[in-house]
Design a protein around this ligand. Structure first.
Ligand SMILES: Cc1cc2nc3c(=O)[nH]c(=O)nc-3n(C[C@H](O)[C@H](O)[C@H](O)COP(=O)(O)O)c2cc1C
Length: 188
């Protein structure tokens, strides 16, 4: 079993990332290869980066950084659930990524994005070089949801259709492969 952390990347009141994350979380639990946990960046509530040293040094001065470090250290793989804000990815996500370094390295990351016509894909494309700089491996297979509001029910749940579920299964299969392939590197 690999420890999979699903990161809900938006933090504004009324945001939809927790709903989309709940959908992929349920599918990931059914996969059977992962022990899954949701990380909601609004609840984690990191302030704007306030550490004096480069995170590679791991000389953290703040309790919130130490807690975030422990959380990310535990993971074998990630799914980032993100919206697209002005054709990029949301600022709280960059902040959360920048807080740490070693804790992210040699771990695979897959993306579930949502938006209008572009389905959040521009956010994902911007994220790839950033996570690569942290030595994460971005998984090619992803779930990209166009015009995502049509999948939100009256009681505010996200319910993906068959096509999205198929994409999710393909993405999780790849994520599991990479989690296994990278494990020896993480043990060094
Ligand atoms: C600041 C901001 C910028 C946005 N920019 C885009 C965009 O570039 N592309 C897009 O498809 N949707 C954009 N939207 C609409 C979002 O897809 C929609 O509001 C979505 O619910 C945002 O995710 P969230 O609810 O998790 O915050 C934007 C929304 C906000 C609040």
């Amino acid at each position: 079993m690999y420890n999979l952390k699903i990161i809900a990347a938006t933090t504004r009141p009324g945001r939809k990332s927790p709903e989309v994350a709940a959908w992929i979380l349920e599918i990931a639990e059914k996969h059977g290869g992962f022990e899954v946990e949701l990380l909601d960046l609004a609840a984690i509530n990191l302030p704007m980066m306030d550490e004096p040293e480069h995170p590679r040094m791991q000389r953290y001065t703040q309790e919130h950084t130490k807690a975030w470090s422990r959380t990310i250290n535990d993971a074998d793989a990630f799914i980032i659930v993100t919206a697209e804000y002005n054709h990029g990815y949301p600022a709280p996500l960059k902040n959360a990524l920048d807080y740490l370094y070693n804790e992210w390295t040699y771990k695979p990351v897959a993306f579930v994005s949502y938006g209008g016509v572009a389905a959040g894909t521009r956010a994902v494309q911007q994220l790839k070089p950033v996570v690569a700089a942290q030595k994460m491996v971005p998984v090619v297979e992803s779930v990209n949801v166009p015009f995502f509001t049509k999948y939100i029910t009256e009681d505010d749940r996200f319910v993906g259709d068959e096509g999205l579920e198929k994409s999710a299964h393909g993405m999780l299969a790849e994520l599991a492969k990479w989690a296994e392939a990278l494990k020896p590197m993480r043990n060094k």
